[in-house]
Design a protein around this ligand. Structure first.
Ligand code: ADP
Length: 361
């Protein structure tokens, strides 16, 4: 593994009886951008804080560059943490905030100022070197906080929801900046977020967490194209989850409807009740029948224009409910309305068999 690799081996965190993180194993390649993604309370920040050394592990080991750092204090790990609220010193200028840890370390004034200015340049804040935090916008404060985290040349930067306090426009801009800086420095970034959009935009690897466990680790395409569990498919959105009984003909989801399953190596075996995911943008919808495999009409319940696509929600008499993202060009040719009948179709290969949550198999 490259410099800046991080490994968690059987890491558990308990707060009293509360199991916040439940025996996770995770290897993050050095120099990569990793996002820990999941809903509030799933254990992301606790995991990040354990890597930083701000939280002791209950069980397991944390390795940085193959060195066991489990019992080392934060400053001896080669990591730096950037907090959600930036935590800048209000009485210090940007430059002095960035240079602070070098001052504590006894670095002489000229050298620490030169180095701090270099860091401010990296985050495009050199013209604000003399400004105090209260004179800076949220986005600018965040850049200063990032420069401060970078000054000790950490091999791993840990970021806890770094973009959540910014407005949507700034958030997108800072997101691109984070990626640029990570690529320029070639160090490992581990970034906690509950936004799948953010994780997909930034990460080389996305770690989806649920209830203290890891549900899936993959690159963004892998997570979106082949979610492993119903939780992942539901959390990232844009997927339908269908459930039925496995028969010789496929997946029987009602008396009248059996779906042909793909002949993929991921197809479930020896399980009766099976769930599959089906991307909303992989379903074709039309006012007239076109797919012999799906001859039954569904009723359109709602139609929402979303720009590049139209979100059509449908329901059939046999209980099948489908969310469909129809390209707006198709929609404009034959617009559907609530109450209309609609016919649907997809390729069997677009059905993605899901696994029960639990250890990776
Ligand atoms: P996330 O970052 O995904 O929102 P956290 O890691 O903050 O989740 O929390 C995971 C679980 O651990 C939650 O149930 C939370 O209530 C609990 N927890 C986190 N920090 C503490 C703490 N200092 N004391 C007790 N419980 C905590």
């Amino acid at each position: 593994m490259n410099k800046g690799s991080v490994e968690l081996v059987g890491v558990v965190k308990r707060y009293g009886d509360n199991l916040a993180v439940s025996e996770i194993n995770l290897a993050i390649a050095g120099g990569s951008y990793c996002c820990l993604l999941g809903p509030s309370g799933c254990g992301k920040s606790t995991t990040l804080r354990m890597i930083a050394g701000h939280e002791a592990v209950s069980e397991g080991d944390i390795l940085l560059n193959n060195r066991n750092v489990t019992d080392l204090p934060p400053r001896k790990r080669g990591t730096a943490m950037m907090f959600q609220n930036y935590a800048l010193f209000p009485h210090l200028s940007s430059l002095d905030n960035v240079a602070f840890s070098l001052k504590i370390a006894g670095v002489d004034k000229a050298r620490r100022r030169a180095r701090a200015l270099e860091m401010l340049q990296l985050v495009n804040m050199e013209s604000y070197a003399d400004a105090f935090p209260e004179q800076l916008s949220g986005g600018q404060q965040q850049r200063v906080a990032l420069a401060r985290a970078l000054i000790n040349q950490p091999e791993v930067i840990l970021l806890d929801e770094p973009l959540s306090a910014l407005d949507p426009f700034l958030r997108t801009r800072m997101r691109a900046e984070l990626k640029r800086i990570q690529q320029q420095l070639g160090i490992t970034f581990i970034h906690v977020t509950h936004s799948q959009e953010e994780a997909f935009a930034l990460a080389d690897s996305v770690v989806v967490m649920n209830n203290g466990s890891i549900e899936q680790i993959d690159n963004p395409q892998g997570i979106f194209r082949t979610p492993r569990t119903a939780f992942v498919a539901g959390f990232i959105g844009g997927h339908n989850i269908l459930e039925g009984r496995l028969t010789a003909d496929g997946l029987q989801i009602s008396d009248d409807r059996t779906l042909t399953l793909p002949a993929s190596p991921h197809a479930p075996a020896n399980i009766e009740q099976v769930q599959v995911s089906l991307r909303c943008d992989h379903i074709r919808v039309s006012p007239s029948p076109f797919d012999a495999a799906q001859p039954l009409p569904l009723q359109v319940e709602s139609v929402e224009y979303q720009g590049s696509y139209v979100h059509v929600r449908t329901r059939a008499e046999d209980g099948l409910q489908l969310s469909i993202h129809q390209p707006d060009t198709e929609y404009l040719q034959a617009p559907l309305h609530p109450g209309d009948q609609a016919y649907v179709g997809w390729r069997p290969d677009d059905l993605n068999p899901l696994q029960q949550p639990g250890p990776r198999v």
